[in-house]
Design a protein around this ligand. Sequence first.
Ligand code: ZN
Length: 121
Amino acid sequence: MFRLNPANVQVNIPDDIPGFLKPRKPIGIREHSWLARMAAAKLGTERVAIVIGHTIHLSGISSDDFLQNKAWFRHELCHVKQYEANGLVPFIVRYLWESLRNGYWQNRFEVEARKAETGEV
Ligand SMILES: [Zn+2]
């Protein structure tokens, strides 16, 4: 079995993050994540963030730089909230189903996360 590495950076949610994006449980970041690195290779990009439960897995970017990118951070926080709303395994199944049916861009979870980058969902 593949094993995900645990978070190596604890994240404090800043006060300017709106309430609807605040997770119920503490979240962390895993830098240099093999999962994110594989996704980056598949997507053909350098910088990737992938959320699994309450951990944001990063590749190609430091946690400091990621956290300074407010829109990106809000996007991934929205995915954390989606995990909280759906449950870990159900969310992954629904997310993959959405991607198969609608593609990445029209995946309803991605549509919602893109809205969260700048405004309310
Ligand atoms: Zn996303």
